[in-house]
Design a protein around this ligand. Structure first.
Ligand SMILES: NC(=O)c1ccc[n+]([C@@H]2O[C@H](COP(=O)([O-])OP(=O)(O)OC[C@H]3O[C@@H](n4cnc5c(N)ncnc54)[C@H](OP(=O)(O)O)[C@@H]3O)[C@@H](O)[C@H]2O)c1
Length: 368
C-alpha cells in the first residue's frame, strides 16, 4: 500500500495552504502539524496578510481549540496571487479562500496550469463536469476523471479535485450504504448549521446569540444538487449526475460554534426494517478505511441509542471530528423513516475532508 511505502521511506509531500489565515485554513494548518505524509511549507492568503508572519496575520482571529503550532508562527505569509512562485515550492496546495466565485475558479485553474494539483474546499469548481468532487468513503473512483481534466487543461501533473459542501456531509454518508439495496427515493432535510461554517466565532457574529437565521445563501441548492454528483458516474470525459434521490432542503444558521446537524426524513424504493438500517450503518466501510488512509475514521458511521444524541457539543469530535453521528431513527407518518445526524463542519465537512481526499490522491499516485 502506498501509505506504508511513504512511511517506510520517511518521504513527504510539500504542501501549501492558500487561504491559510481563514477558519478552514487554520484547520488545515492544525491538521498538517505532524501529518505522516504531508509537510506544510507554504502559507498564503490575500495581499492584506502577505509579508506578515503567520502569527501577525492571523492575530486575534485564531479560532482553533488548540494553540497555533509553533512551527507555523514565524512562517511568512505569501500572496496567493503569486501562483508560479508558490507552485514552484510545493507538491500540491489546499485551497480555502473567501473570494468571488469567478476569481476562485480562475485562481484554482492558474495553480493547476502551473502543474500544481489543487485540493479545494471552495464551491467554485464543484459543478465542473471533469472536476471530481469526492467523499473518499463514497465515490473514490471519481478521481479517475483526472486524466480527462488534465487533457482539457493541457497539464501533466496539475488538476483540481474538490470536496463537497459541509451541509450534506452528515446525511449523504447516512444514505450511501442504503442506496444499492433499498434505493433511496426521496428525502427532506433541515440543517442546523454552525457559525464556523460562515468563517465566524461568537465574537464576530453577535447577531446569532439567542437567535436562528433561516437563510444561508446558496446552501439549499448545494444541499439538494451536490449529492447527485457524488452518486453520479463517469461517462467519457465527464461525471454525469445521478437522477435520484430527490432531495428538498432548508438550511438554518444556529448558535453553535462547530458541528452541523440535520433532521432527515427519507423514503425508499424497498422499505428496509429498522434492524437492516442499523446493520447497514454499523457495517459500512469505504475505500478510505480499506486503504487505511491516516485521517480515515475507523468507524465512519456512529449510531447513538440515547434519545438526546447526537449533539454538536458532545459528539462533534467523534473519531477526531471525521466520523458522522446518527441517532433517533424511527418510522415516520409521511416518509418511511426519520432520524438526526451531525458532523463536524470544519473537520469532516471542510479541512479534514480535504486532507482525507489528498491522502486518497497520494495513495493512488495522483500527487507524484
Ligand atoms: N467554514 C466552513 O465550515 C467551510 C466549509 C466548507 C467549505 N468552506 C469554504 O472554504 C472557503 C473558506 O472559508 P472560510 O470559512 O475559511 O473563510 P474565512 O475564514 O473568511 O477565510 C478566508 C480566507 O481567504 C483569504 N482571502 C480572502 N480574499 C482573498 C484574496 N483576494 N486572495 C487570496 N486570499 C484571499 C483570506 O485571507 P486574509 O486573511 O488575508 O483576508 C482568508 O485566508 C470558502 O470558499 C468557503 O465556502 C468553508
Amino acid at each position: 500500500m502506498k501509505g506504508k511505502v511513504l512511511e517506510m521511506k520517511k518521504q513527504y509531500y510539500k504542501v501549501g495552504v492558500v487561504g491559510a489565515t481563514g477558519m478552514v485554513g487554520q484547520r488545515f494548518v492544525t491538521l498538517l502539524e505532524n501529518h505522516p505524509w504531508f509537510k506544510l511549507t507554504v502559507v498564503a492568503a490575500s495581499g492584506r496578510s502577505a509579508g506578515k508572519t503567520y502569527a501577525e496575520a492571523v492575530g486575534s482571529r485564531w479560532a482553533m481549540p488548540t494553540p497555533m503550532p509553533e512551527s507555523v508562527k514565524q512562517m511568512v505569509v505569501q500572496n496567493a496571487a503569486e501562483v508560479e512562485q508558490i507552485a514552484a515550492q510545493v507538491d500540491f496546495i489546499f485551497c480555502a479562500v473567501n473570494m468571488p466565485k469567478n476569481e476562485i475558479k480562475a485562481l484554482e485553474e492558474a495553480y493547476a496550469k502551473a502543474e500544481c494539483p489543487v485540493v479545494s474546499n471552495n464551491s467554485a469548481h464543484r459543478a465542473t463536469p471533469d472536476v471530481p468532487m469526492v467523499v473518499p468513503e463514497i465515490n473514490a473512483a471519481h478521481i479517475e476523471i483526472i486524466p480527462a481534466q488534465r487533457r482539457r487543461l493541457g497539464t501533466k501533473r496539475g488538476f483540481i479535485a474538490v470536496k463537497s459542501n459541509c451541509s450534506l456531509q452528515s446525511y449523504v454518508p447516512a444514505f450511501h450504504p442504503l442506496m444499492q439495496e433499498f434505493g433511496v427515493e426521496k428525502a427532506l432535510v433541515c440543517t442546523y448549521q454552525a457559525i464556523s461554517g460562515a468563517g465566524k466565532t461568537f465574537d464576530r457574529m453577535p447577531e446569532i446569540i439567542d437567535n436562528v437565521i433561516p437563510y444561508i445563501g446558496g446552501e439549499e441548492e448545494k444541499s439538494e444538487q451536490e449529492p447527485l454528483k457524488l452518486w453520479g458516474h463517469i461517462e467519457g470525459d465527464r461525471i454525469v449526475n445521478a437522477e435520484k434521490p430527490i432531495i428538498t432542503a432548508q438550511c438554518f444558521r444556529v448558535p453553535v460554534s462547530d458541528g452541523h446537524t440535520a433532521a432527515v426524513f427519507v423514503s425508499f424504493a424497498k422499505k428496509p426494517t429498522k434492524e437492516q438500517l442499523l446493520d447497514a450503518w454499523k457495517n459500512f466501510r469505504g475505500p478510505a478505511q480499506e486503504l487505511g488512509l491516516p485521517s480515515a475514521p475507523k468507524q465512519f458511521l456512529h449510531y447513538f441509542e440515547e434519545n438526546d444524541r447526537p449533539q454538536p457539543k458532545l459528539d462533534r469530535d467523534t473519531e477526531h471530528g471525521m466520523a458522522v453521528c446518527i441517532g433517533r431513527l424511527r418510522e415516520d407518518v409521511l416518509f418511511d423513516y426519520k432520524f438526526a445526524c451531525m458532523s463536524h463542519n470544519t473537520l469532516r465537512g471542510a479541512a479534514g475532508g480535504g486532507v482525507l481526499l489528498a491522502e486518497l490522491l497520494a495513495a493512488k499516485g495522483y500527487l507524484d
